[in-house]
Design a binder for this molecule. Sequence first.
Ligand code: XUL
Ligand code: CO
Length: 438
Amino acid sequence: MSEIFKDIPVIKYEGKDSKNPLAFKFYDPDKVVLGKKMSEHLPFAMAWWHNLCAAGTDMFGRDTADKAFGAEKGTMAHAKAKVDAGFEFMQKLGIKYFCFHDVDIVPEADDIKETNRRLDEITDYILTKMEGTDIKCLWGTANMFSNPRFMNGAGSTNSADVYCFAAAQIKKALELTVKLGGKGYVFWGGREGYETLLNTDVKLEQENIANLMRMAVEYGRKIGFTGDFYIEPKPKEPMKHQYDFDAATAIGFLKAHSLDKDFKMNIEANHATLAGHTFQHELRISAINGMLGSIDANQGDYLLGWDTDEFPFDVYEATLCMYEVIKAGGLTGGFNFDAKNRRPSNTYEDMFHAYILGMDTFALGLMKAAAIIEDGRIEEFIKNKYSSFNSEIGQKITSGTATLEELAAHAEAMGDVKDVMSGRQEYLEAVMNSIMFS
Ligand code: XUL
Ligand code: CO
């Protein structure tokens, strides 16, 4: 098999003073941070769809990049060329995981039986490529939003026949995930939502989605899938109202339908900001509910109201993200670059530049988050801020044993509160800056 990215060497760590565009400046896989190797803190994954399939087509123009990889597009030869390209790409960057949708890895046929045959063939091929490498599958999923049959949704469709197609795709994608040893299975609610209530039965749609997830869990466990199921929240796009709006909404939905034991969150940075939250907020909400599973690492644009899926370069954001991840004890999943090159960045070299940028950004984020923790001032401040709950009355409140009457009596005995303590936001932001730039 011939090399596809001929002019690209294996990407090595050269340190922050390097000017070599094809080298890591901060990602040093063996460097130990807080007692663990960087590569263990940061299990990076390649997203099959952006990296090997998307070639730049947007609403206003066609492909700008060559993702044929020397084969005729839409054929099984092309599907295999993408596997070859993907494995060469991951090996050159030292990426250990990949994520895929069913339709990313084969061209969909007119009949699902033929699509499934193609999926068997390509996953056999992927397995042979995995042999002798340390590359694994992070998660799999079914694309239940691109095919026109899903125009009214998949689990939320009006059509029982379409619902069966969604079930069939999930069944197959779960089998493939197990075959490839995937750690997780993702539900991103592509068209699970609505444009107008004038044509929508929200209750029925949500119950049907929950039933589909329940069947997926039952089948997955039956065929030996021991990993986590993930919901990937997103507030809008493609639908105006997406049911998995944000982490809090998705967690509430899972609890309401008793699915919370099998599911965690896959938090995507750009989805968080579209929901009007910070990335950090979504990670914290997931973590405090014991449901921080995996991350789709990318970045949005605050001036644009859609999912731009940019490679992350904002080190502040990455630092705050890594702070949450470290505090939560790490991820059961990994960091999937659900990100694409900008349309004019259309060469093979640009694909590597993008991953180097993303991996270096998270390496910096990891080191800076570790520095925040080692510095201790921020954590110490938070601990002190709530220290009144260590008092006798405070402990009654936090243990849930207080009554309204005794709290009122406590207030009356005081007459008024003397000091509630400053929030010190500006001081803490300055601490953050001093750590970021030390
Ligand atoms: C869409 C998105 C998806 C999911 C997988 O916004 O993020 O690519 O990650 O279906
Ligand atoms: Co995503």
